[in-house]
Design a protein around this ligand. Structure first.
Ligand code: FAD
Length: 478
């Protein structure tokens, strides 16, 4: 429980821990510190649940799911004949609305209260060591302040862009009616997922990509996704950058590319990356640069501080909800252990450190086909000087896959560290590969010897038999 020290003399209200930002990460830090016996205040300036619940993961996946379900049915004779007609766009948008609770955070506020976490609404600023001010009221933290303020869309400096009312992922995921056409600047995960959803929902989509589609993933994955988007009517222009943007009086947007080409559409989405929400946070009080990403150690303690932590998107370690929540569990437990004077378990893979951020971040792109990856890509292995052997298999050769969908097409790549004999990277592209990702994550995190993986027998006839094909490709130890 929080202790109220307010005595009319201007003294701050005191808690053990103050968390700034009630996104998925802030909520999880607070949950762990309360479970560790520490009174905890969380401060939120918009909706409890954060970006993920209302303008990112949840609404984007809700917009994507109906198209994916229809495609899955159409890939199986017998079901295909029953899956006639187009998507009901109104029903898709209504389902999205229900998943974001019509942008009401009532349910999440109830959860906070049930978890014993105090909530204050408003913009928090750090105003002193272990002190946060919200709406003119000062709060002090006996133990720690945790910054979990997340990230916002980056708007690049393109002439005319700011005045052309561009969409960010917020407008694209909260859309009330699908535009007839949309230009998307960017080729990363957000751009690709919105392009997939919007082509399903009937928009004419054009992607403008500086280098290649899904540049951070194995090249074969990006190529498969780009080819599928093209085959469904999207235009993808790679190796291109916009030099100007304008919206005319009729409301249409024109994007001019550096080579002089022009693209016209009803809406424009900018999906070119993220910036940290640290601009107006009082970080200078802690000797940090406002507007920058926050550098932390593996317990999420800000380097050089003994009271300030930063978890989730804002520390730039891995901009994903599940990874931020993992950091939150480590940080919350580390704060509680330090407060109780207990020894930290902070060697690599210990309770109080987020070691997986460095070696085993799972990521799923909900495109069609899906892309699922964990650990290193071939390029990252080369850059890090890890001596890997790469094995590729066509997933369609696995009987479970051909039963799953007629003419299944996909590829899986396993990277084995040749010096240690363990899997260090795994990438799959193909319909419904997402649910296969956790097995790969366990292999990478567990540093399971390839020789032992031969004893992890996949059930017949599942898609997981791709592991057998990969092991056969790698070769059985003598
Ligand atoms: C379109 C899109 C789709 C995505 N899909 C997925 C997905 O499928 N899976 C996945 O794992 N990740 C996904 N992500 C990434 C995911 O949304 C983020 O990694 C996640 O939201 C980060 O959580 P967070 O708690 O760090 O920050 P946020 O969710 O951004 O929450 C931060 C909170 O802090 C509050 N805040 C900020 N400053 C202050 C202040 N000064 N005072 C008080 N409150 C403040 C904000 O209002 C916000 O509520 C997606 C991102 C986008 C853009």
């Amino acid at each position: 429980m929080a202790t109220d020290d307010q005595n009319g003399s201007g003294a701050a209200t005191t808690f053990d821990v103050i968390v700034i930002g009630a996104g998925p990460v802030g909520e999880n830090v607070a949950d762990r510190t309360v479970q560790g016996g520490l009174s905890t205040l969380i401060v939120e300036k918009e909706l409890v649940g954060g970006e993920c619940s209302y303008w990112a993961c949840i609404p984007s996946k809700a917009l994507l799911r109906s198209g994916a379900a229809l495609r899955a049915a159409r890939a199986v004779p017998g079901a295909r004949e029953a899956a006639v007609g187009d998507l009901d766009v109104g029903a898709v948008l209504a389902r999205r609305d229900s998943y974001v609770s019509n942008w009401s955070d009532e349910g999440q506020v109830k959860w906070l209260s049930g978890a014993g976490i105090d909530l204050v609404r408003g913009h928090a600023r750090i105003t002193g060591e272990r002190e946060v001010t919200v709406n003119g009221t000062r709060y002090s933290a006996r133990v720690a302040v945790v910054v979990a303020t997340g990230s916002a869309a980056l708007l690049p400096d393109i002439p005319g862009l700011a005045g052309a009312s561009p969409w960010t992922s917020r407008e694209a995921t909260a859309v009330a009616s699908i535009p007839e056409s949309i230009t998307i600047i960017g080729g990363g995960v957000v751009a690709v997922e919105i392009a997939t959803a919007y082509t399903d929902l009937g928009a004419q989509v054009t992607l403008v990509v500086r280098s290649r589609v899904l540049g951070g993933f194995e090249e074969f994955a990006g190529e498969a996704v780009a080819e599928a988007l093209r085959s469904r009517g999207a235009t993808i222009i790679t190796g291109a950058s916009p030099s100007g943007v304008a919206r005319d009086e009729a409301g249409r947007v024109t994007v001019t590319l550096e080579d002089g080409r022009t693209l016209e559409s009803e809406e424009l989405l900018v999906a070119t990356g993220r910036v940290p929400r640290t601009e107006d946070l009082g970080l200078e009080v802690a000797g940090l640069e406002p507007g920058g990403w926050i550098d932390v150690d593996d317990t999420m303690l800000v380097r050089g501080s003994d009271w300030l932590y930063a978890a989730g998107d804002v520390n730039h370690r891995a901009l994903l909800t599940h990874q931020g929540k993992y950091q939150a569990r480590a940080a919350g437990d580390a704060i509680a252990a330090r407060a109780a004077g207990r020894q930290l378990d902070d060697a690599p893979w210990g309770t109080h450190v987020a070691t997986a951020d460095h070696a085993a971040v799972p990521q799923l792109v909900y495109s069609d086909p899906e892309v699922a990856a964990v650990g290193l890509t071939s390029t990252a292995a080369e850059k890090q000087g890890v001596r890997v052997r790469s094995v590729d298999v066509p997933i369609g050769n696995v009987s479970g896959a051909s039963l799953h969908a007629e003419g299944y097409e996909g590829t899986a790549r396993m990277l084995v560290d040749e010096d240690r004999g363990v899997v260090v990277g795994f990438t799959m592209v193909g319909p419904d590969v997402g649910e296969l990702l956790h097995a790969a994550t366990i292999a990478v995190v567990g540093e399971v010897q390839v020789s032992r993986l031969w004893h992890a027998v996949p059930s017949f006839p599942t898609m997981s038999e791709l592991w057998l094909r990969l092991l056969e490709g790698y070769g059985r130890p003598e």
